[in-house]
Ligand binder design. Structure first.
Ligand code: 0X9
Ligand code: CA
Ligand code: ZN
Length: 337
């Protein structure tokens, strides 16, 4: 009797010991359900291994602090160059705008996971080449995770005690104009010259080496679909087309969860010079949009709750598909880079 009792006791003890988790080191700061730089890299890699015919991760270059900036190409026969219409979605220009990274990442995942079962997705992946670059500013993003949640710029050491260039003021088209700052400490510091930063050089070279038919550059917040120009209130030569595309995207966003995004010229938000979309449109006439995601107002502002990641993705999915399908049908613009 006694022996059985001891047997039960020691077995129980062993079980309790086995199920006691080993002590964990204090966990590194992370971004909760938002993706960090390391998590985005892992997930892109996983998508490539799960869908080797459809997805290819390409390393485009290194940030100021030597992090890799990567894009994922999504197409049938992804290894080859099929000379199909190309579209690009860019996220993470601004460090604190975490949702601007997760939305294009979730778009990549959705396209790959739904290719086999959804004829509409299969069609646009078959006929086009979709490029997604979810995190252009990995140094800033990591700094926002580790040190200062509201960091905006990259992590350039300006040499005077200040850090960071506003990547969305560093492009060459009307670089240095109104709505950008020459003060190194400013949140909108434009850099020492156009394309002074490796991150903007990487996007420039990536785009100039291909032939994109349109681009969405994701940001937040304000719920806006912005089209060039941003450096002036004058209308762009293609204002009618740009306004129509932006309006259709805003309508399809509204149709999903009833969130109103306003389609307008960028300058109506405020004039700012040297942004990515003015550069692409201004140098090539390729339609380019700044999509300011949720929320609408400064509360919660950049601190969009993680419960809104999925619905923000869901409402931007049809807008993104709409623009991809437009580019498949549209004649390529006569590029003059
Ligand atoms: O200021 C920016 O770069 C963008 N807004 S954000 O709050 N995400 O920083 C807006 C860029 C739109 N372009 C212009 N107004 N020129
Ligand atoms: Ca293809
Ligand atoms: Zn932004």
């Amino acid at each position: 009797m006694k022996r059985i009792f001891y047997f039960i006791l020691t077995t129980l003890g062993a079980l309790v010991f086995m199920y006691c988790p080993p002590p964990q080191p204090p966990s590194a700061p992370d971004a909760g359900l938002y993706h960090t730089y390391a998590e985005i890299n892992d997930e892109l890699q996983q998508l490539e291994s799960t869908f080797p015919q459809l997805a290819k991760v390409v390393e485009l270059g290194k940030s100021v602090e030597n992090r890799s900036i990567r894009a994922i190409k999504i197409s049938d026969n992804v290894a080859g160059n099929e000379n199909e219409p190309q579209v690009v979605f860019v996220g993470g220009h601004h460090a604190r705008e975490w949702i601007s990274v997760d939305v294009p990442f979730l778009l990549a995942k959705y396209l790959l996971e739904n290719y086999a079962g959804n004829a509409r997705i299969k069609n646009l992946v078959d006929l086009g080449e979709i490029w997604i670059l979810p995190m252009l500013n990995p140094d800033g993003h990591q700094y926002s995770v580790d040190k200062n949640r509201l960091w905006r710029k990259n992590r350039r050491n300006n040499g005077d005690g200040s850090y960071g260039v506003d990547l969305n003021r560093n492009y060459s088209y009307h670089w240095g104009g109104p709505g950008s700052s020459g003060d190194t400490f400013s949140e909108t510091y434009r850099g020492t010259q156009a394309f002074s930063e490796p991150e903007t050089q990487i996007l420039r070279d990536f785009i100039n080496n291909r032939s994109f038919r349109d681009m969405i550059s994701f940001h937040n917040y304000s719920q806006l679909v912005l089209f060039p120009w941003g450096y002036t209130n004058s209308p762009a030569p293609d204002a009618a087309l740009l306004g129509q595309l932006a309006g259709s995207m805003a309508d399809s966003i509204f149709s999903i969860h009833g969130k109103r995004y306003t389609a307008q010229q960028s300058s109506a938000l405020y004039i700012a010079s040297g942004d990515a979309t003015d550069w692409l449109y201004g140098t090539t006439s390729v339609p380019a949009f700044t999509l300011e995601l949720r929320p609408r107002t400064s509360s919660p502002g950049f601190l969009l709750p993680e419960s809104e990641i999925q619905p923000t993705f869901e409402e931007n999915l049809p807008a993104s598909l709409y623009l991809i399908e437009w580019s498949l049908a549209a004649a390529p613009v006569n590029r003059h880079p």
